[in-house]
Design a protein around this ligand. Sequence first.
Ligand code: SF4
Ligand code: SF4
Length: 300
Amino acid sequence: MKQGVVFNIQKYSIHDGPGIRTTVFLKGCPLKCWWCHNPESQKIEGQLMFLANKCIVCRDCEKVCPTGAISFSNKGFNYDSSKCKLCEKCSEACPSEALEFAGKKLSQEDVIKEIEKDKIFYEESGGGVTFSGGEPLVQIDFLDNLLKLAKAKGLHTAIDTCGYSLWENIDRIKDKVDLFLYDIKHMDDEKHKKYTGVSNKLILDNLMKLAKEGKKIWVRIPIIPGINDDDINIEKTCKFISSLNLKDVFLLPYHNIAIDKYKRLDMKYKVLDIENPDDEVMETTAQKFRGYGLNVKIGG
Ligand code: SF4
Ligand code: SF4
């Protein structure tokens, strides 16, 4: 596949692997985590985001829309995604930047050109490129091509994955990936299904296979108070990681900064009553992981 759907290319990223990196966010994810802070990443298609606080109700968007996807009622702006052809005429016509698109089709050459612009920073800092999402393995052909091109340019490559993919996909790209940032969200399968929408069996199985092959892996664990930070889950997680002879663990504190994005996308946010864990809570949690001999860092 020569084109893929990308929703962000973030420069000077320092949380997605070693050194200074460019992180390319690909759209599409098989999980629907309650705490997802990139809800615009979940669908593979482009999505229109409406910023109500910027709208001056000029209705220019409604006038230019060729499909009738936008209309206004006495409750305000309405958007029917089933009619939308993603032509972007509405966002181009909007005088107040109240309409944004999440996701653009980009060619693999354009993405690599953008990544290459910062090659000097990667060389000086030991950085490179990280493919994230969503779940980058969802666009496996596009990801595979990007990895091939990145390796051909001599770049250090990482992927940030939830691990929920057929092994044949992971097997196909694994030798072009220098570092896997691999998420573990919950060890209890029923809770994993409840909070992410899928079983953890495939995820844990794929991690075991990668570890067995001696791949470089950093395990990343989002710490969601009341959901996966209890002692039983932490113990099971630590024992599992240790059994694979993996050492590097990154604890990512839950934060609720994405609430506004859910509103813009007209999506429901499920974990509204959870406090962001403060430094003390994170340090206490990190100590529990260190108790199992793991190298733990807080943050990406
Ligand atoms: S992207 Fe095009 S089809 Fe979709 S709402 Fe905007 S103008 Fe209408
Ligand atoms: S064009 Fe922009 S400002 Fe005007 S009604 Fe549409 S969203 Fe609101």
